[in-house]
Design a binder for this molecule. Structure first.
Ligand code: SF4
Length: 479
């Protein structure tokens, strides 16, 4: 599709992608042609939008706003309205972009706005629906205690184990499937290097007044590796980093097919929270997304974890998976509520071109926007009725319908690490392939990021080069 513009393409592209997530666009800064399969969004003496899509065309114009700084958002609203009329779809977040909408609520609250004033402002400026405003506002309430109890000298420790038992078709992460011998052979060496990095990080931290507040072991699927290796990683972290003040320690076990009593025993010695992720409670959908486990395995893994005394369990779900529909998704949410985990996270499927699922996929192959929106709304209403509260919220680029990912929790079980990383409220010190360390300057709020190599083979082979930044880390932590 050709798009004629005469300003920044970033926001215009974001609005068009709300309606056409899989299309590629050819942006041109030239006289518009007003032809089929084209969109024009320009700001001249007036704001002008023309769209010829879905075999229909609409042309609209509007006076320039009084303040030129509002030109771009006003043009986006006009374009949004036109595309909504042409497609029959009205994305509920309006043209609000950005992955951390809750930050907006916190900023408006700091300006002294009431709830009603915030809604009025966000609806008028971005066309945010009342429902989505409610999710933003409730999430801000749900996470306020965690943010209020945060010390600037604390940090979260992230440990990456980027291996999985097989690759899900929608996955775009760098995680390696252990079904390949090459990946499997890397695991012992990877464990050695990860333990070395934990030891070196521990030595740096020991000379500061910073302390570890939360630990998160993620991936991939950390339980894709054998219990003795997982034990070794967790023991090494405990040996070199003082974990005595840790309030939350999560292991994202993830895939039920990797969970065994032996691994849960290893985890239980250190962790307080575990994630067991069904994604869906339909075997048909699991098979459509290339997960090699069944719902029965999920139920067994969950029961085993409960039996072994895990009293804070998260379960992840995804709305919009292939072969799923509104009824199927409703059954997943209802089934999880019945199990009563402390946290239920509801993601929306994101279209990533690097994922196998989206090779050759057409928009019509994916769940329709309005159905997807109904699924996400059902989850919000059902979870609220079951006394779960949203506590963290983020959005990703290219999510169908521009919908959100929300973590819900039973009161008192909010996942601290999720809140802190999403609101960029705390230093994150990370070890392992694909991990990134984030340091927040307490005075300016500026965030400095350090990235480890993405792939395990690079992490192992170029370890010294990769950890060269640790000297800078020492300086920044005042060691
Ligand atoms: S479990 Fe997660 S990281 Fe692993 S392949 Fe599936 S989506 Fe990717």
């Amino acid at each position: 599709m050709t798009v004629y513009i005469n300003g920044s393409k970033y926001e215009i592209e974001a609005v068009i992608k709300l309606f056409f997530p899989l299309l590629r666009f050819d942006f041109r800064e030239e006289e518009p042609k007003y032809v089929p399969d084209s969109i024009t969004a320009v700001c001249t003496d007036k704001l002008r939008v023309y769209a010829n899509v879905c075999d229909r065309e609409i042309s609209r114009e509007e006076e320039l706003p009084a303040d030129a700084a509002d030109n771009e958002i006003t043009l986006c609203r006009l374009l949004f309205t036109v595309l909504s009329e042409l497609t029959g779809v009205t994305p509920a977040w309006g043209c609000l972009t950005g992955i951390r909408p809750v930050k907006k609520i916190n900023t408006l609250a700091a300006q002294g706005m009431t709830r009603d004033e915030m809604y009025e402002y966000l609806h008028r400026k971005y066309l945010v629906s009342e429902k989505k405003f409610g999710v933003m506002y409730d999430t801000a309430q749900g996470q306020s205690h965690a943010l209020d109890t945060l010390s600037p000298r604390s940090f979260s420790l992230y440990i990456s184990i980027p291996f999985c038992p097989s690759r899900c078709s929608y996955c775009s992460f760098v995680s390696h499937s252990v079904t390949s011998k090459g990946a499997r052979d890397l695991i012992p060496q990877y464990t050695d290097m990860l333990c070395r990095e934990l030891r070196e990080l521990g030595n740096i931290i020991a000379d500061t007044d910073m302390y570890c507040d939360t630990v998160y072991i993620g991936g991939g699927t950390p339980t894709a590796i054998d219990a003795p290796l997982l034990s070794r990683i967790m023991d090494t972290a405990a040996q070199y980093i003082d974990l005595s003040r840790v309030r939350e320690y999560t292991v994202e076990a993830g895939r039920p097919d990797t969970i065994t009593r032996e691994k849960l025993s290893a985890i239980k010695r250190h962790a307080t929270r575990i994630s067991i992720n069904p994604q869906t409670l339909s075997d048909k959908v699991l098979s459509a997304i290339g997960r090699i486990h069944s719902t029965e395995q999920f139920y067994k893994a969950f029961a085993l974890a409960r039996d072994m005394g895990f009293d804070c369990i998260n379960t992840d779900t995804i709305a919009g998976l292939p072969a799923d529909d509104k009824d199927g998704f409703r059954r997943t949410i209802d089934g999880l509520i019945e199990l009563a985990p402390e946290n239920i996270t509801v993601h929306t499927l994101t279209v990533k071109r690097s994922a196998r699922l989206f090779e050759g996929t057409q928009r019509s192959d994916l769940t329709a926007d309005n159905d997807l929106s109904a699924m996400v709304d059902y989850a919000a209403d059902a979870l609220s009725a079951a006394h779960y509260q949203p506590y963290y919220l983020y959005r990703q680029k290219n999510t169908i319908g521009n919908l959100e990912n929300v973590g819900y929790s039973r009161p008192g079980y909010e996942g601290l690490y999720n809140i802190y990383i999403m609101e960029e409220a705390q230093n994150i010190l990370s070890c392992g392939a694909g991990a990134s360390t984030k340091l927040i300057d307490p005075a300016s709020g500026k965030i400095t990021r350090f990235f480890n190599y993405k792939y395990p083979y690079e992490y192992i082979g170029r370890y010294d080069k990769m950890t060269a930044y640790k000297a800078q880390l020492r300086d920044m932590l005042g060691v």
